[in-house]
Design a protein around this ligand. Structure first.
Ligand code: ME8
Length: 506
């Protein structure tokens, strides 16, 4: 077993309705980085799941006339089906109703209570049921509408257990001097709006609804969703019971990456590190807080009802194309958009015209001019070979900084260079002029460049990868990072003439 460990998590999503493209965005990013790290020799644990308790789910179930567990069971089946369709391969799908999670959360509560990190109090404030969030004045407009989801906040006044967040203010200020939270600009918002702005303790129990984890210490208190939900990242690794996975993946010898949407940065960058600190565990190495997918200048969300269904997209374009769009066209540091027009344009430009066309031209030429097999030749002095090597370095650098879009752009640039080389050196003329050696060298460079492109796109184009490699005469069982970097690829007969990414017309 390798000694490199990597743990990647997504938020656990509310099963208050079916998932949309926003959820697919976060989860596909996590899957891409998981596959990339596996390819690079890491032991990887990839966690996703569902956040099933709370007032919102309780209300939805009541409306549907069923008990909450029956309600969520049905929806969660749909979550798992979607991840299968999108080739998302996780290590565990945690549900906050899983028995081991429930037991561990009770233990976490008891431990923090005993340590006096949790205390009993009376809490008054504004609460957004839709986001299950206590709101500060800055998060609402003058009519107490939550600016993120446009729902009216309710008055909240209850006996409640509180987490002593305020005690950890200095810890948080120090934490925010590091670069654990990316992108940088989210830091300022957290510091100005919360950490340096009268940092309040967090209410962690409720007494006015039932659907949640009961604490051991009292009959009437239910653990408030965020303490329950955030804990999933460590209960999934066995916190408080069999801690083998926890020791492997939540330790100083493991890299921990948590990916979330920017609206829940507050919970993941403030309350979660405080909980971890109180439990004696390390802060995640990186919290990647990505932007939103927008629809007509508003966040795409279930509560605003303006969502795109990823199942429809998969039906129309295929899962690889959806994964590719997400990784290339939705850079994490900005808000992004999705529309069918944008999808088709990106597909045609990048997958059909650049990559697909390149593969089909070169495989055809290898068949036509060399009967499907090139003569072995030293390509190491060629410009395209050096460009391919530089591309691998750039791609790795970006992937390790979790800049997926930039990593793919580097690969696409190699595709452009390869296409341009064909235009400039006109293999058909070399053939006519009987320049056999020159033609063989040129096609060999191109074959290497394409194999490199295919290999680098492997974590993204899960289904097409094998077809792309076969079309270059490469058996996927015989290829890995080393064979690509060191140019030790074995090429078999190229025989198939397929159109891999057919242009879409609408
Ligand atoms: O917040 N653009 O669950 P949730 C980009 N249960 N990403 C989006 C998006 C959009 N328009 N809409 C949703 C919860 N997402 C809690 C999390 S974690 C301990 C508990 C993605 O179902 C993004 O990752 O509301 C966002 O943070 C998440 O879905 C919210 O999912």
């Amino acid at each position: 077993m390798s000694n490199k460990n990597f743990y990647v998590t997504t938020p656990i999503y509310y099963p208050s309705g079916q998932l949309h493209i926003g959820h697919a965005y976060t989860t596909v990013l996590a899957d891409i980085i998981s596959r990339y790290k596996i390819e690079n020799g890491y032991n990887v644990f990839f966690l996703t799941g569902s956040d099933e308790h709370g007032q919102k789910i309780e209300t939805k179930a009541k409306e549907a006339g069923v008990d909450p567990k029956t309600y969520v069971d049905k929806i969660v089946v749909g979550f798992k089906e979607l991840w299968k369709e999108l080739d998302v391969e996780f290590g565990r799908f945690i549900r906050t109703t899983d028995e081991d999670h429930v037991e561990a959360v009770k233990k976490i509560f008891t431990k923090l209570l005993k340590q006096d990190d949790i205390y009993l109090s009376e809490y008054k404030g504004k609460y957004c049921v839709s986001c299950e969030e206590f709101l500060t004045r800055e998060q609402m407009d003058e009519s107490f509408i939550h600016v993120v989801c446009k729902n009216k906040a309710i008055d909240f006044s209850e006996e409640s257990y509180m987490l002593r967040v305020s005690k950890y203010q200095k810890f948080l200020v120090d934490l925010f001097k590091t670069n654990f939270l990316v992108p940088e600009n989210r830091k300022t918002e957290m510091l100005n709006n919360f950490i340096n702005n009268n940092l309040e303790d967090l209410s962690v129990t409720r007494v006015t609804f039932d659907w949640g984890i009961k604490i051991n210490e009292s009959d009437k208190h239910i653990i408030y969703v965020w303490l329950d939900a955030l804990s999933n990242y460590i209960t999934a690794l066995g916190w408080g019971s069999d801690e083998k996975l926890l020791k492997q993946f939540w330790s100083k010898d493991s890299e921990v990456l948590q990916i979330v949407g920017k609206e829940i940065t507050r919970f993941h960058s403030i309350y979660w590190p405080v909980m971890l600190k109180a439990l004696g565990l390390k802060t995640p190495d990186k919290l990647l807080s990505h932007g939103w997918i927008m629809a007509k200048n508003e966040k795409m969300s279930k509560s605003l009802g303006n969502v795109v269904d990823p199942r429809e997209m998969i039906k129309t374009y295929g899962s690889d194309a959806v994964r590719f769009y997400i990784a290339l066209n939705l850079p994490t540091d900005n808000d992004g958009s999705y529309s069918d027009e944008l999808m088709v344009e990106s597909f045609n430009t990048n997958l059909a015209n650049n990559i697909g066309n390149l593969i089909s031209r070169v495989s055809n030429m290898i068949i036509k001019y060399s009967n499907g097999k090139l003569k072995p030749v030293d390509i190491s002095k060629s410009k395209l070979f050096r460009s391919a090597q530089d591309t691998i370095v750039a791609y790795d650098k970006f992937m390790n900084e979790y800049k997926y879009s930039k990593a793919i752009e580097a690969v696409l640039e190699l595709g452009n260079l390869s296409n341009k080389l064909i235009e400039d050196s006109k293999p058909w003329d070399l053939d006519k002029q009987n320049k056999v050696e020159e033609l063989n060298l040129l096609l060999s460079e191109l074959q290497y460049s394409i194999t490199t492109i295919n290999y680098l796109l492997k974590p993204i184009l899960v289904k097409t990868y094998e077809i792309m490699m076969n079309q270059m005469g490469v058996n996927i069982k015989e290829i890995n990072k080393e064979t690509v970097v060191k140019n030790k690829i074995i090429y078999n007969q190229v025989s198939e003439k397929l159109v891999i990414f057919k242009r879409i017309t609408i």
